[in-house]
Design a protein around this ligand. Structure first.
Ligand SMILES: [Zn+2]
Length: 140
């Protein structure tokens, strides 16, 4: 795969999130899981925010979820020049955690809370992939 020019501000990789970004190179969405209270932990952390345990492991996610909430950004403040309007979404993953992302391949007027979504990927310049979401049934 050839590197593409950046379309967004690319997130830095902090040490605790290295497994997350490594998995994105294979287009796998992973989440930390607390083995003490049996729940997902997202964003990546050293400790479970509920019980403070460090007994966490990384698990693969299905990539399926639903649109929990969204807003539409009409202003472009992104130095890479990304153009608005575009949706900023909170996606509820099937595994029981929420992640902020964007919904793509869906006209803004088709966005609807609770709509089924699935992960899709945008290639970053260093071989990582950025998780985005699209309608589960394909392009709306
Ligand atoms: Zn816990």
């Amino acid at each position: 795969m050839s590197a593409t020019p950046p379309r967004r501000m690319e997130p830095p990789v902090i040490p605790v999130a290295e497994p997350f970004w490594a998995a994105t190179r294979e287009r796998r969405l992973v989440v930390q899981w607390c083995l003490e209270c049996d729940r997902p932990v997202f964003y990546p952390r050293e400790n479970c925010p509920l019980c403070l345990s460090t007994n966490l492991e990384w698990r693969d996610c299905s990539g399926e979820g639903s649109l929990y909430s969204f807003t539409v950004n009409h202003l472009s403040g992104n130095p890479t020049g990304a153009e608005g309007p575009f949706p900023v979404a909170i996606v509820e993953l099937a595994e029981g955690f929420r992640m902020m992302s964007n919904v793509v391949n869906c006209p803004l007027e088709h966005l609807e809370v609770d709509m089924a979504l699935r992960v899709t990927w945008e290639e970053l310049s260093d071989g990582r992939n950025y998780p985005l979401f699209e309608p589960a049934g394909g392009t709306a």
